[in-house]
Design a protein around this ligand. Structure first.
Ligand code: NAD
Ligand code: IPM
Ligand code: MN
Length: 340
């Protein structure tokens, strides 16, 4: 098994180091190869993501990523040129973002007990506003116009919706909630709604519901227990999964997989959070999201027992927290001991 590691920027390197410790403890001998990409390389060489590196990454079974983006680099250069290019080039159309309220964790919601929140967002990963054309006119003048188009294909929408139903079929609550904004975005929303209704017919015993994204944002805060599988477009999924993280103990716990279910290209596993420049270099980032991303990676690569071990160790780690400030490396050490 060969895993490429893109630690990236800010706390990316700090949390990935802990993920790798845990990987080595739970499944010794996995070959991991670091790739130097991100702000430092950009400043040193002007390169964001050379094709030669892309071709090497493509040869791996999976990619572990920390985070990319740095205040010293103009917004979008690394995010689009590296992170989104990885997701697009490797056709990682299922951006899988599980949320659960872990034992020992108190989210901000009173009276919600661990176990009661357990859902997964299937966020479309290759289309939407992230992939559409855009442009500007009269830049810097009072007449400036800027456009961003949302790209939605029948193929792209259908495959991610079908994936969401298939996931729901393997879960206990067996419900898919489609989230969009069909009351305003009638073109893309129409395609999503029609496709959802058609794919649903293939899964007659899966319950379905539809919510507009504004209402979903509200229910995500007031009643996240209601969700099982949520399927939604790229941008809505981005926003909803930060809310989901917040109601289940914080962004430091939220893991994700950018999955290519066909396995034509490697899938990528990364925390939902970013490079957190505000706390980078202080050794206080929570590495749990990166550690749980390793678990998602192992699950994907056919090692479910090791993935469960990591999840159990994380549950123990979180149950033992007292509210003291986190020390990144100590969390990785404790979880490594628990999984070994
Ligand atoms: P962010 O997720 O980096 O940080 C938001 C807040 O959450 C910050 O206060 C940060 O300190 C805190 N936080 C994040 N991860 C944490 C952790 N593991 N432990 C404790 N606290 C944590 O989001 P942002 O500030 O909006 O973005 C910063 C940079 O990261 C930007 O350049 C952005 O583009 C990039 N970004 C990258 C990714 C990615 O690589 N997948 C994701 C989101 C943002
Ligand atoms: C995420 C991030 C990325 C996204 C950015 C950095 C491109 O916010 O992984 O959630 O919007 O997908
Ligand atoms: Mn995000």
């Amino acid at each position: 098994m060969r895993i490429a590691v893109v630690a990236g920027d800010g706390i990316g390197a700090e949390v990935v180091a802990e993920g790798l410790k845990v990987l080595d403890a739970v499944l010794p001998g996995v070959e991991t190869t670091p790739y130097d990409l991100g702000a430092a390389r950009y400043h040193r060489t002007g390169e964001v993501f050379p094709d030669s590196v892309r071709d090497e990454l493509a040869q791996h079974d999976a990619i572990l990523l920390g985070a990319v983006g740095d205040p010293s680099v103009p917004p979008g250069v690394l995010e689009r040129g590296l992170l989104l290019k990885l997701r697009f080039d490797f056709d990682q159309y299922v951006n899988l973002r599980p949320s659960r309220l872990w034992p020992g964790t108190a989210g901000p919601l009173a009276n919600v007990k661990p176990g009661e929140i357990d859902f997964v967002v299937v966020r479309e990963g290759t289309e939407g506003l992230y992939a559409g054309a855009g442009g500007g006119l009269h830049r810097g003048t009072p007449a400036e116009i800027a456009t961003e188009e949302s790209l939605n294909t029948r193929h792209g929408v259908e495959r991610v919706i079908r994936d969401a139903f298939a996931r729901a079929a393997g879960r206990t609550r067996r419900k898919v909630t489609m989230v969009h904004k069909t009351n305003v975005l009638t073109h893309a929303g129409g395609l999503w709604a029609r496709t959802f209704a058609e794919v649903a017919k293939e899964f007659p015993d899966i319950a379905t519901e539809y919510q507009h994204v504004d209402a979903a944002a509200m229910f995500m805060v007031t009643n996240p227990q209601r969700y099982d599988v949520i399927v939604t477009d790229n941008l809505f999924g981005d926003i909803l999964t930060d809310i989901a993280a917040a109601v289940t103990g914080g962004i430091g716990l939220a893991a994700s997989g950018c999955i290519n279910p066909t396995r034509a290209f490697p899938s990528m596993f990364e925390p939902v959070h970013g490079s957190a420049p505000d706390i980078a270099g202080q050794g206080k980032a929570d590495p749990v999201a990166a550690i749980l991303s390793v678990a998602l990676c192992l699950e994907h690569l056919g090692h479910p027992d090791e993935a469960r071990k990591i999840e159990e160790a994380v549950a123990t780690e979180l149950s033992g927290r007292t509210g003291e400030p986190i020390r990144t490396a100590e969390v990785g050490d404790r979880v490594s001991v628990l999984v070994a």
